[in-house]
Unconditional design. Structure first.
Length: 78
């Protein structure tokens, strides 16, 4: 396991100490969990943005398809 040194301002230090006492966990455990949660949140956000982009693209493509289909139908029936 890697050993890392982290510098915290007094506010973050107090928060870390409070969480450690509140949940009866070592400060290093709190930090590890925070890093894991942060990484998962970033991944979830990335996936959500990707799904949103796909949905927008599919909607726009469908709108373009309908416009093209209407144009073709107009050309055939005239």
């Amino acid at each position: 396991m890697m050993v890392a040194t982290v510098r915290l301002d007094s506010e973050l230090e107090a928060t870390l100490n409070n969480l450690s006492k509140r949940f009866h966990k070592k400060r290093s455990d709190i930090i590890r969990e925070a890093i894991s949660l942060y990484a998962k949140t970033l991944e979830d956000t990335k996936k959500s943005r990707l799904h949103s982009a796909i949905d927008k693209t599919m909607t726009k493509d469908f709108d373009e398809y309908k416009t093209m289909e209407a144009t073709l139908v107009d050309g055939i029936t005239k």
